[in-house]
Design a protein around this ligand. Structure first.
Ligand SMILES: Cc1cc2nc3c(=O)[nH]c(=O)nc-3n(C[C@H](O)[C@H](O)[C@H](O)COP(=O)(O)OP(=O)(O)OC[C@H]3O[C@@H](n4cnc5c(N)ncnc54)[C@H](O)[C@@H]3O)c2cc1C
Length: 247
């Protein structure tokens, strides 16, 4: 059993693209159907591999956007000068095949038995695995209270905006917009700092569990901020997406 599970996880397989839908002007959610998929946990990722005609390959990781039990989906932000993301969020169409392996990761994961309350901090596309956790929390009717603080460049860059606006009881979503904001914006602006964290995150005394995901510089600043507020480092889980991203 275990051997099969490990083999399935490590093997590359060609998944069929079921749909591509746009979350923002540069961010697409891709629903996939891998031939061999035993399910995933909220917070895990897959590796995607593109192969050029001359055999050159490029691999990147993408968090799983869907909740456990839902069809596999990833959400990709197109970086104009990127090698892989412009293909995924630009060229890929329903009916195409995409090579992937996974699910991968056992640390940055959440399930109802992990409890709460949850402090979730997202920088840009770092919201993707946190969205999987929130959907999982809703579908399992977990009582874990969650507070999400989402840092985006502008309101038009907010991924899953409608969905995040619809979460009700027990899930509070706050935004901070770092570059531009709509007229009349009454939410937060600027980068995450200790004052903002003190205002929106669970106080350390509530014994919260924190998940932080986004560009490396965002994750480091946010994690240091929570530890500064008294969160024990072992209650602060982080996932770094790579470059600074300029948020
Ligand atoms: C565990 C994990 C999960 C990830 N999940 C997601 C996800 O859900 N959605 C998603 O869109 N991306 C995610 N990423 C980032 C993704 O793997 C790629 O790094 C990203 O798509 C850029 O790849 P690229 O080939 O287009 O750009 P590259 O050709 O690698 O880089 C192009 C330029 O963009 C810069 N750059 C590279 N990565 C980033 C970044 N993350 N943010 C800003 N600038 C960057 C580079 O410094 C370079 O200047 C994840 C990364 C990891 C490690």
């Amino acid at each position: 059993m275990e051997t099969t599970a490990i083999r399935g996880r490590l093997n590359w397989q060609a998944a069929r693209v079921i749909s591509v839908s746009w979350e923002t002007a540069s961010v697409a959610t891709i629903e996939l159907e891998p031939p061999d998929w035993a399910g995933h946990r909220a917070g895990q990722h897959v590796d995607v591999r593109l192969t050029a005609e001359d055999g050159y390959t490029a691999e990147r990781s993408y968090s799983i956007a869907s909740a456990p039990g839902e069809p596999l989906a990833i959400t990709v932000e197109r970086l104009e000068d990127g090698e892989v993301s412009p293909y995924l969020a630009g060229e890929l169409r329903a009916g195409d095949e995409l090579e992937l392996r996974g699910p991968i990761g056992g640390y940055f994961v959440w399930g109802p038995s992990d409890g709460g309350p949850l402090t979730l901090l997202a920088g840009g596309s770092g919201v993707v695995p946190l969205r999987s956790m929130l959907r999982h929390r809703v579908s399992t009717r977990s009582g874990a209270q969650a507070r999400l603080l989402y840092s985006a460049r502008g309101w038009e860059d907010v991924i899953y905006r409608d969905e995040l606006g619809q979460y009700g009881d027990g899930i509070r979503v706050s935004y901070t917009l770092t570059r531009s904001h709509p007229p009349g914006w009454t939410g937060h602006t600027g980068r995450i700092d200790s004052a903002l964290l003190a205002e929106v995150a669970w106080p350390a005394g509530a014994n919260p569990l924190a998940y932080i995901c986004g560009p490396t510089s965002f994750v480091e600043a946010a994690a240091a901020g929570l530890v500064g507020l008294g969160y024990p480092p072992e209650r602060v889980k982080t996932e770094r997406f790579g470059a600074t991203g300029g948020r």
